[in-house]
Design a protein around this ligand. Structure first.
Ligand code: NAP
Length: 323
């Protein structure tokens, strides 16, 4: 089978197309014929060797796919050949992947294979960060960094769906147009406006109830200063590769909560995952959640997909289509 292999840590240039033997499912496993592989910012960090406990080269990149069950090993019920599925996996930038049966989810009928590739990682992260952890409610104000990205476009719609006022930051006016259309009441181009000053102006100095921050460094520190008293900041990424500093005195004085978030701490929680998928499916059926998946590249062009994300040129989900 064709697969995109990371042979050493580095930038997009280390992604190479190789022929590899197709994996064989064992007991409790399923072989998926991959239709679409989701590209995530975490893939770029893994490629660079910056992802905590990431895989060691050589490895096949990617951890999120959609496709069709090609073969089910013993004890892989309820999955059967021909089921349309989405899954977390290792080695997703490939034509086939073997996945433990418990990591499969049925593909929502409303979504194409390309669109559904946004759901396992970005869709579930958006839900759990905002709602399971952040407990976002109607009437609250939320600030989303990178609102036009794969994660951000889904968070924007979910936050609007629960009745929150959404403030989103983006790196261009074109991206601001995208997020306004998805439900951002206030879109801030941080290259032309100071987002901290803008948030204070929009909220009359009060700040936001919830902030989801994925850039790190100075953006993390400025985001903290946008929090309302008793607000929560969820930090779930470090696109800048910089950490931010925090003062315990500030936490105390303002009654702030700052929480880390990593999706894999939630995937084994059956109750939380069931609630998330149920709400996601309802929103999809009602037409209140859609996936922007215009950035589609053939598997062979994985390096170009990474280059576009690194250059901050993408909006919505980035997908590798596997023929
Ligand atoms: N913890 C978890 O479980 C989890 C799960 C999923 C995603 N994440 C994190 O969430 C973030 C978004 O992930 P994604 O896959 O949806 O990516 P993405 O948002 O589609 O792409 C990253 C975006 O971040 C923005 N950005 C701002 N500052 C940046 C910088 N210094 N360098 C690069 N990009 C910068 C850019 O948008 P603008 O040009 O508009 O600023 C860029 O398009 C990532 O940090 C990712 O690691 C975490």
């Amino acid at each position: 089978m064709k697969a995109i292999v990371v042979s050493r840590h580095g930038g997009p240039e280390v992604l190479a197309l190789q022929e590899r033997p197709a994996p064989v499912p064992g007991a409790g496993e399923v072989l998926i014929r991959i239709k679409a592989a989701g590209v995530n910012y975490a893939d770029i960090m893994q490629c660079r060797g910056l992802y905590p406990n990431g895989p060691k080269p050589p490895f096949v990149a990617g951890f999120e796919v959609t496709g069709v069950v090609e073969q089910a090993g013993p004890d892989a019920a309820p999955w059967k050949v021909g089921d349309a599925v989405m899954a977390f996996c290792s080695g997703g930038y490939a034509e086939y992947a073997v996945v433990p049966a418990r990591q499969l989810m049925p593909k929502p009928a409303q979504l194409s294979f390309n669109e559904a590739s946004a759901i396992p990682c970005q869709g579930l992260t958006a839900y759990h960060a905002l709602i399971t952890l952040g407990r976002l409610r109607e009437g609250q104000t939320v600030l989303l960094q990178a609102a036009a990205g794969g994660l951000g476009t889904l968070m924007t719609q979910m936050a609007r769906n629960v009745g929150a006022t959404v403030i989103g930051t983006c790196g261009s006016d074109a991206k601001c147009v995208v997020v306004r259309e998805l439900g951002c009441a206030h879109a801030i181009n941080y290259n032309t406006q100071d987002f901290e000053a803008e948030v204070k102006r929009i909220t009359d100095g009060r700040g936001c109830d919830l902030i989801v921050e994925s850039v790190g460094g100075e953006v993390f520190e400025k985001s903290l200063r946008c929090l309302a008293a008793r607000g929560m900041l969820v930090t779930l990424g470090m696109a800048s590769a910089q950490t931010g500093q925090i003062s315990s005195l500030d936490l105390l004085v303002h009654n702030w909560t700052v929480s880390g978030f990593h999706l894999f701490a939630y995937t084994s929680d059956g109750v939380a995952m069931g609630r998330a998928m149920s709400d996601l499916r309802t929103w999809l059926e009602e037409g209140r959640l859609r996936v922007l998946a215009d950035e589609v590249f053939p598997l062979e062009e994985a390096a170009e997909a990474h280059r576009r994300i690194i250059a901050r040129k993408t909006s919505g989900k980035v997908v590798l289509a596997v023929s």
